[in-house]
Write a protein that binds this ligand. Structure first.
Ligand code: SIN
Length: 357
C-alpha cells in the first residue's frame, strides 16, 4: 500500500527515505554507544591519563585506625571499583596534606574536593551549627542521625552552601569523654581551674567556663605535644581519638561522661560537585549512603573495643558518671543553652529530641 502525501511527488519520497536510512545507519551505533556510557562504566579507566579521570582529593586529620580513617578508605575503594577506575578518591589522612584549620580553606578554594571535619570546626563559619556541641544535647547516636536528617537539620546543613560547601553525609566518632593529668573528675566541680583543650567552638568554650575551667583552642594534630609540654591539663574527645593519638599515655584520669557528640559532616566543594555529571553524582551519593550505614555500625563497635583496651592496659584511672551525676551536670550546664539561645536562635534547640514529647 502506498501512502500519499498531498503535494509531494514519488521522487521526493524516494530521496527522503534514502536519506533517512543513511542517517539511521550512521547514527545508530553512536546512539547505542552514548547510552551505554551514560549508565555504566565499561572502559578500563586505569588506562586513562590523570586529566581524563575524575580525581577527588579527600583530606582529613585523624589516623587510619579510626572510624573516619577506615570509612574514608572504604569509600575510596568502593568508588574505584564501581566506576571502573573513572573516579579516583585519593585519601590523605593524619593532616599530611592539610592540617586542622587549613583544610576548610583548601576545600573552599577547590585545592581539594572533599573533607570530613568535626562538626565543631564548622561553627566558625555557621555558628548555629554549634547546637551539636551543646552538652547532653543527644543521649544516643540514633538521636543525632534523626536530627541531622530532619527538616531542622537540613536547614542547618544547607547554610553551608553559602560557603561553597555541600554536606553529603554524616559519620560518627561517638560521644566525648574527659581526660586530664591532675585529678579524677567525679563531680563537675573537680574541673575547676583545669586548662582544657577544645576544638574551635564558642559553645565548647562556654561549656568549660560554666564549670570554672579554662579552655584552649588547639589543633588536633598538636594536642599530644601541648599535653606533653604541660600547656594544657586535659582534653575531651572520643575513645577512638584518645587511643589513636595515644593521648591517654599522657593522662592519669579518664571520666566516661558521654557529655557531648563528636561527628563529621562529609563536605564537597559545591562548585566541584555541580560540575560532575548526574551519573557520577548518583554513584557517589549511593556509595556515601552505604558507607555511612557501615560507619555508624562500625563506630559503635570500635568505641567499645577501645574502652576494653583502655581497661586492659590499666594505665589510666577510670571513672564512670552515673545517670544521676549526668542529670546534675546537665542542670549545671543550662547556662550554655541560654548562651546559645541569646546569640543564635531558639529553633535549633527546641527541635532537639530531648525537648520533644
Ligand atoms: C577529628 O576527629 O577529626 C578531630 C577531632 C578533634 O579535633 O578533636
Amino acid at each position: 500500500m502506498k501512502i500519499r502525501i498531498f503535494g509531494v511527488g514519488d521522487d521526493f519520497l524516494k530521496q527522503f527515505s534514502f536519506i533517512t536510512t543513511l542517517c539511521f545507519i550512521f547514527f545508530l551505533p553512536v546512539i547505542i554507544l552514548a547510552s551505554c556510557q551514560s549508565t555504566e562504566y565499561p572502559i578500563d579507566h586505569e588506562q586513562l591519563g590523570k586529566d581524563e579521570r575524575i580525581v577527588i582529593r579527600f583530606s582529613h586529620v585523624v589516623g587510619e585506625d579510626t572510624p573516619k580513617g577506615m570509612a574514608a578508605r572504604k569509600f575510596a575503594e568502593l568508588v574505584k571499583e564501581r566506576s571502573n577506575g573513572l573516579i579516583e578518591v585519593q585519601v590523605f589522612s593524619n593532616g599530611t596534606l592539610y592540617k586542622d584549620g587549613e583544610e576548610m580553606n583548601a576545600l573552599s578554594r577547590g585545592d581539594i574536593q572533599m573533607i570530613a571535619p568535626a562538626i565543631s570546626k564548622l561553627t566558625e563559619i555557621v555558628p548555629e551549627i554549634s547546637v551539636f556541641d551543646l552538652p547532653f544535647a543527644f543521649y544516643t547516636l540514633d538521636e543525632v542521625h534523626e536530627y541531622v536528617q530532619s527538616e531542622t537539620g537540613k536547614k542547618l546543613t544547607d547554610k553551608l552552601k553559602n560557603h561553597n560547601l555541600l554536606v553529603t553525609g554524616l559519620w560518627d566518632s561517638g560521644f566525648k569523654q574527659i581526660s586530664n593529668s591532675i585529678r579524677p573528675i567525679e563531680h563537675y566541680s573537680d574541673l575547676e581551674g583545669l586548662r582544657m583543650r577544645i576544638m574551635p567552638s564558642d559553645i565548647l568554650a562556654k561549656q568549660f567556663t560554666t564549670l570554672n575551667a579554662e579552655s584552649k583552642r588547639i589543633d588536633f594534630n598538636t594536642v599530644f605535644n601541648q599535653l606533653q609540654k604541660g600547656n594544657v591539663d586535659g582534653q575531651e574527645n572520643t575513645l577512638t581519638n584518645i587511643t589513636s593519638k595515644n593521648l591517654y599515655s599522657l593522662q592519669n584520669y579518664l571520666t566516661i561522661s558521654n557529655h557531648g557528640y563528636l561527628g563529621y559532616f562529609l563536605l564537597f566543594n559545591y562548585e566541584f560537585w555541580n560540575s560532575l555529571s548526574s551519573d557520577v553524582q548518583q554513584l557517589l551519593t549511593e556509595t556515601l549512603q552505604e558507607v555511612q550505614q557501615w560507619e555508624w555500625q562500625h563506630t559503635k563497635k570500635m568505641d567499645q573495643e577501645k574502652l576494653q583496651d583502655i581497661k586492659r592496659c590499666e594505665c589510666i584511672q577510670l571513672h564512670y558518671l552515673s545517670e544521676e551525676d549526668k542529670l546534675e551536670w546537665e542542670e549545671k550546664l543550662e547556662p550554655v543553652y541560654d548562651y546559645y539561645r541569646e546569640h543564635y536562635s531558639d529553633r535549633y534547640i527546641e527541635a532537639l529530641p530531648k525537648f520533644q514529647d
